[in-house]
Structure formats: structure tokens, C-alpha cells
Design a protein around this ligand. Structure first.
Ligand SMILES: Nc1ncnc2c1ncn2[C@@H]1O[C@H](COP(=O)(O)OP(=O)(O)O)[C@@H](O)[C@H]1O
Ligand SMILES: Nc1ccn([C@@H]2O[C@H](COP(=O)(O)OP(=O)(O)O)[C@@H](O)[C@H]2O)c(=O)n1
Length: 228
């Protein structure tokens, strides 16, 4: 069976990672959460006390990036991979409100994008991989054999993310979640470099009224058609 690259891009909180990780599991493919990588870099900068990303010199960003190592390690109990930053499991911390509020600003920094894209291309070079993010089908793997562009009603997306955070015990209001999603979607679609945009050959998957199993089946059918 041939191995392909599957790129899943789209707006925040519409189920990209959920679909990508389950699809990867079904196909015995690797799953790469590109958003987790931008989140890990953001966490590192925040821990250094850096919040004004625009004020950083190019060289300072390059130097800081040299100090960062990101990898994914399989978590047996969850049966999914966790994100590691310099050897530390940061899977929960990268989903914090502080990171949510800073990540789309740091993701606009050119040097950060260049390094993340290079790392993602390296991780997916052997194919047999599902990546989710914002620019996977347009920039990271423009030749991906299957590209999905996910979307869902913004009210539904905010509610889903709110429910998820509530279940983790995070204290946040639905309004705050909604504002963060709107802000990030705006930043991500309007940035100069690698903006979130549907690739011409991407298939739109609106999961407002589709459950996790249905979206998985839809994507699996499309993937198997291409794998042959
Ligand atoms: N089809 C769906 N129906 C309902 N909830 C979903 C669906 N797909 C994902 N979710 C839930 O929505 C939330 C956001 O999903 P996630 O995969 O993290 O989105 P993204 O990666 O696009 O930000 C999670 O709590 C997830 O369990
Ligand atoms: N390929 C990617 C993935 C994420 N990102 C940035 O990282 C942020 C977090 O991505 P994410 O996929 O974890 O976000 P959610 O969709 O889970 O909310 C996004 O809002 C983007 O600013 C990016 O710029 N390019």
C-alpha cells in the first residue's frame, strides 16, 4: 500500500486535531499537530518573560529558537502522542489561556514560521503522515495527496472548546473562549506570511452537524481512495 500525506487545515476548534489523530490511528500513520509546535514555542518565549514579539530583533528570535527542541512522544495510557518541549511534557500547559492569547501573535514571526515549517517537512518527509494546522496544504506540503479544509459554525466551535476546557477544570467563560477564537481566526487569516486560506484543491469539511465518527468515516474513505 502506498503512503500518502494528509493535510488538514482550518479554523480554530473545529475538530482538526480530533480528526487528524483518529485518522492517523486508523491508517497506522504518524500524527503531527503543527499547532502544538507553535504553542510550544510560544510557551518557551512566555517563560522567558517575552510578551512583545514584535519588538524582538530577528537575531534574538533566531537565538531563542536554537534553544528549543520540540518532539512528540506516545502516551500509552492516552493512546495518543504528547508534545515535549526540551524534554518536558507540556501537553497541558500549551493549551493554557496564556498560550491561547499569545500564540497567534508569535506565529506571525517569520523566523518562527520558517523553523516550524522546516521541522514539519522533515517529520513528514517519509509520508504516511497526517498533519493538522493552518498552512499544511498550502505551504508545508502543497503536494499532499489529500487536503481537507475544516470549518464549523463559530458558535458551535466556541461551545466545543468551552466544554473541553470546562472538563479540564479551566476557569474561563464562554465569552472569553469566543473572543479568543475570533481573534486568532482573524490574525491567522490576515497575517502576511502563510495565512490560513483554503488550498484550491482542498475538500471542505463542515462538521457543524457531523459527529466525530461521521467525520472520521468521511475522511477515511477519501484517504483510502487515494492510497489505492
Ligand atoms: N464532529 C465533532 N462534533 C462535536 N465535537 C467535536 C467534533 N470534532 C471535534 N470535537 C470536539 O471539539 C473540540 C475541538 O476539537 P479539536 O480537534 O481540538 O479542534 P482543532 O484541532 O480544530 O482546534 C474538542 O473538544 C473535540 O473533542
Ligand atoms: N500550521 C499552523 C498551526 C497553528 N498555527 C498557529 O497556532 C495557533 C494554535 O493552533 P492550534 O491548531 O493548536 O489551535 P486550535 O485550533 O487547537 O485552537 C493558531 O491559532 C495559529 O496562530 C499556525 O500559525 N500555523
Amino acid at each position: 500500500m502506498s503512503k500518502i500525506v494528509i493535510a488538514i487545515d482550518g479554523f480554530s476548534s473545529c475538530g482538526k486535531s480530533t480528526l487528524a489523530k483518529n485518522l492517523a490511528k486508523k491508517l497506522s500513520y504518524a500524527f503531527i499537530d503543527t499547532g502544538a509546535m507553535y504553542r510550544a514555542v510560544t510557551l518557551y518565549f512566555l517563560r522567558k518573560g517575552i510578551t512583545d514579539f514584535k519588538g524582538l530583533s530577528r537575531q534574538r528570535v533566531i537565538d531563542l529558537l536554537k534553544e528549543i527542541n520540540i518532539d512528540f512522544r506516545f502516551n500509552e495510557s492516552k493512546q495518543f502522542s504528547d508534545t515535549y518541549l526540551n524534554g518536558e511534557n507540556v501537553e497541558d500547559e500549551i493549551r493554557s489561556t496564556a498560550v491561547n492569547n499569545a500564540v497567534s501573535a508569535l506565529s506571525q514571526v517569520s523566523e518562527v514560521r520558517a523553523q516550524m515549517v522546516a521541522l514539519q517537512q522533515q517529520l513528514g518527509a517519509k509520508k504516511g503522515v497526517v498533519l493538522d494546522g493552518r498552512d499544511v496544504g498550502t505551504v508545508v506540503f502543497p503536494d499532499a495527496e489529500l487536503k481537507l479544509f475544516m470549518t464549523a459554525d463559530p458558535v458551535v466551535r466556541a461551545q466545543r472548546r468551552f466544554d473541553e476546557l470546562q472538563s479540564k477544570g479551566v476557569e474561563i467563560s464562554l465569552e472569553e473562549v469566543k473572543t479568543n477564537l475570533e481573534q486568532r481566526d482573524y490574525n491567522d487569516t490576515h497575517r502576511k506570511e502563510h495565512p490560513l486560506v483554503k488550498a484550491d484543491d482542498a475538500i471542505i469539511l463542515d462538521n457543524t452537524n457531523i459527529n466525530r465518527e461521521e467525520q472520521l468515516q468521511l475522511a477515511l474513505d477519501l484517504a483510502l481512495e487515494r492510497i489505492g
